[in-house]
Design a protein around this ligand. Structure first.
Ligand code: MG
Length: 366
């Protein structure tokens, strides 16, 4: 099988809540997502998607992803899309770094592998565990009262894991955590995600201010060393996210006992091939995970579900259903949340069929 053409589509994904806000006053109203179609000489097509959380979250942005793919794609014509490791090495040889540029192409090739073999990607990634898995709900930054109301409403919908967007004024963040903790029930999980927004001094104040509460602390500060300092001075379960950008960081974090949970975002690792490697390493090291991406619509949600559902349940802290946050569906067959839980499709590949009337014409073609 050979890659014969690569097409890029651009789609806007407005948010149901209108806006998503996190640390440092950053926010997104409409996500700019890129859908990729990899066409082959077999007649099969594979689909992938990449959607950065705006331009100021990770070193990735939507226009940059498309520009990168426009550079990379001509080098992939004639390559075998099902030989995923050689393909990824080839992409790294053509373009150094830029994992978000490679993610959707790699995802589309996993879709092709599943369609070619008649197997869901979940089974190709190692095999399904259980019937379904836990989702978290990200709670956009707002007043303590509004965040508590939001958590109570999503709890009614079945969610049991909540990720509060803090990383603002430490005194207000202490109130946010306290207010939300008050509406939770035994068995629920609360994560305070600062998204690198606290100084080390501010983070220290927060963890001491909520020391008696059952709350996870996620990525309090910008650097790994600052996070490690906080980790060593608090008794809360600890999550690393933004600083985890590859297997070297995972190994360093394990050596330092720097975290209990890490967030594996597919595009930050460069696609499902490398995210699977990170996932399997974490399982071997005994580190729990949230399996997710930076954001996305139906195609990314489907890919997340396949990776999450093939992760041993004991190590899957949570995952996410980004397609339920946005108003615009882009594919049929994507997984839909039931009672705060999700399951991967049992259909071949990612199990999705893009809505061509929504995607429109490609914005770029090889
Ligand atoms: Mg996070």
């Amino acid at each position: 099988m050979k890659i014969t053409q690569i097409k890029l589509y651009q789609v806007d994904l407005p948010l149901k809540e209108g806006r998503y806000s996190w640390s440092g006053g950053k926010s997104v109203d409409v996500f700019d997502s890129t859908v990729v179609c990899v066409t082959t000489d077999s007649g099969l097509e594979g689909w992938g998607e990449v959607c950065p959380l705006g331009p100021a979250y990770l070193p990735a942005f939507a226009e940059g992803c498309r520009t990168g793919m426009e550079y990379l794609a001509p080098h992939l014509i004639g390559e075998h899309p099902l030989r995923l490791d050689p393909l990824n090495r080839h992409m790294d040889g053509v373009l150094k770094g830029h994992p978000s540029v490679k993610s959707a192409i790699d995802m589309a090739c996993w879709d092709l592998l599943g369609k070619h073999t008649g197997m869901p990607v979940c089974d190709l990634l190692g095999g399904r565990y259980g019937e379904d898995f836990h989702l978290y709900r990200a709670i956009s930054q707002n007043t303590p009262e509004a965040m508590a109301e939001n958590v109570a409403a999503y709890r009614e919908e079945g969610y049991r894991r909540f990720q509060l967007k803090v990383g603002g004024d430490p005194d207000v963040d202490i109130q946010r955590i306290r207010e939300v903790a008050g509406v939770l029930k035994p068995g629920d999980r609360l994560v305070a995600d600062a998204n690198t927004g606290w100084t080390q001094e501010g983070a220290m104040r927060v963890v001491h201010g909520v020391s008696e509460l059952d709350v996870y602390i996620e990525q309090p500060c910008l650097s790994y060393q600052e996070c490690l300092a906080i980790r060593r001075h608090c008794n809360h379960p600890f999550v690393l996210d933004e600083v985890v950008d590859g297997v070297d960081m995972l190994i360093q974090g394990k050596k330092d006992l720097a975290m209990d949970v890490v967030n594996i975002k597919i595009s930050k690792f460069g696609g499902l091939t490398r995210a699977r490697l990170a996932r399997d390493l974490c399982v071997q090291m005994g580190v729990a995970m949230t399996i997710e991406d930076s954001w996305g619509g139906d195609i990314i949600t489907s890919a997340i579900a396949h990776l999450a559902h093939s992760t041993p349940t004991a190590f899957l802290f949570s995952s996410t259903d980004f397609n339920s946050y946005v108003t615009q569906p882009i594919a049929h067959g994507a997984p839909q949340r039931e009672c705060g839980r999700l399951r991967a499709s049992s259909e071949p590949g990612l199990g999705i069929t893009p809505m061509m009337e929504t995607l429109g014409e490609p914005v770029w073609t090889t």
